[in-house]
Design a protein around this ligand. Structure first.
Ligand code: PLP
Length: 377
């Protein structure tokens, strides 16, 4: 059998990873400033992560269904509550970002009894049913993916929001920092306005923290920069440092009933072990502050460079917009400097989403590579 070819591939064959480095099949080392796609939060194969997973496989249980008590789920919920500051919220565990948003939208519809959803231009929330409906990309919607229940509004436009928002809306779903689109932050006023309006009109405010959460933006959740408390928060990507896990974090006033949501693999003990390791390392290595410091250092350096139109983002979620399409530039970073970065739907913007524990030396290597390549143009 061959793989179903839906991914355009870079010409690299990776076989090993450690910290912020990955190696190809010929032993060539690369610096991973893409975090394997915003997924590697504490570094490839972090010893705490390996130890937690090994212990769970050797001494614990690898899998049983959600029909029994699994203490590691409770342990994860408690630790997540402690590290995130959301100890009073409830946790529903899933396997991916799309699944987290799918359940968040469904939950909002169950609770409000309504069907309308508000999403924003440039949004990416996943590739399944309701998640893809709320994603601003017609190319990834099939005829079985109706999106007529979603209204797309301009990002960061209070007037347009007020015009469209009414008492039929079940949920407003927002990335507190848009990722796939090219790292765009809404204003604090806009996000606070959404939260207030949702409360007033009985809709639920969903913060999609799949890419910007779990410490990536220098606070545990990016929306914590905006002093709001969403009704539902979704995570995935960095949640498991490469082990598939997503979460739906739910306001305490939202009540569950048996059978309301469900999953076979969500909350499996191995995924819980992986995520507990991520939270322990974020906590013990003080990675929120570190990510913020490293991010500021990188952002300040990129701002001084020629051909840089704009540097966007917070912490280690950085978009560098150049005055030309980045496709060849990104390939040069790989071939000449052995540095992996990400692209975005804005074809002039490079995305940096490295592990939260990168070193200053690694940051300097990236700054120097950008500086040399850009000054030679
Ligand atoms: C903000 C956001 N939400 C949802 C998703 C979908 O996550 P997954 O690919 O795990 O389904 C992504 C993936 O890039 C994302 O960036």
């Amino acid at each position: 059998m061959k793989l179903f070819e839906v991914f355009p591939l870079l010409d690299i064959t990776l076989v090993k990873g450690q910290g912020s480095y990955v190696w190809d099949d010929k032993g060539v080392e690369y610096l991973d400033f893409y975090g394997g796609h915003a997924v590697i939060s504490i570094g490839h194969n972090h010893p705490t992560w390996v130890k937690r997973l090994k212990y769970q496989m050797e001494e614990g249980i690898s899998f049983f269904s959600n029909s029994v008590h699994l203490p590691i789920q409770t342990e994860l919920a408690e630790k997540l509550g402690e590290v995130s500051g959301y100890g009073d919220y409830k946790l529903f565990l899933v396997n991916s970002g799309a699944e987290a948003n799918e359940n968040a939208i469904k939950l909002a519809s169950f609770i409000t009894g309504r069907k309308k959803v508000i999403a924003f231009d440039g949004a990416f929330h996943g590739r399944t049913s309701a998640a893809v409906a709320a994603t601003d990309n017609k190319k990834i919607k099939a005829p079985v993916n109706p999106d007529d229940f979603v209204t797309f509004l301009p990002f960061d436009d209070i007037e347009a929001f007020d015009k469209a928002f009414d008492e039929e809306v079940a949920a407003v779903i927002l990335e507190p920092i848009q990722g796939v689109h090219g790292i765009y932050e809404p204003s604090k006023d806009f996000v606070q306005h959404i939260a207030t309006q949702c409360k007033e009109k009985g809709a639920l405010f969903i913060a999609d923290e799949v890419q910007c959460g779990f410490g990536r933006a220098g606070k545990f959740f990016a929306h914590q920069w905006m002093d709001v408390k969403p009704d539902i928060i979704t995570t995935a990507k960095g949640t498991g440092n490469g082990f598939p896990i997503g979460s739906v974090i739910i306001h305490p006033e939202i009540k569950a009933w048996y059978g309301m949501l469900g999953t076979t693999f969500g909350g499996n003990p191995l995924a819980c072990a992986a995520s507990l390791a991520v939270l322990e390392v974020i906590d013990e290595e003080n990675l929120l502050d570190h990510a913020l410091q490293m991010g500021n250092y990188l952002i300040d350096a990129f701002k001084t460079m020629s051909h840089v139109v704009e540097v966007r983002g917070k912490g280690l979620m950085i978009g560098i917009e150049l005055d030309f399409p980045i496709k060849d530039f990104r390939l040069k970073l790989i071939s000449d400097y052995k540095i992996l970065t990400g692209n975005s739907s804005n074809t002039n913007t490079i995305r940096l989403l490295p592990a939260l524990n990168i070193t200053k030396e690694q940051a300097d290597r990236v700054i120097n590579a950008f500086g040399q390549l850009l000054s030679a143009i």
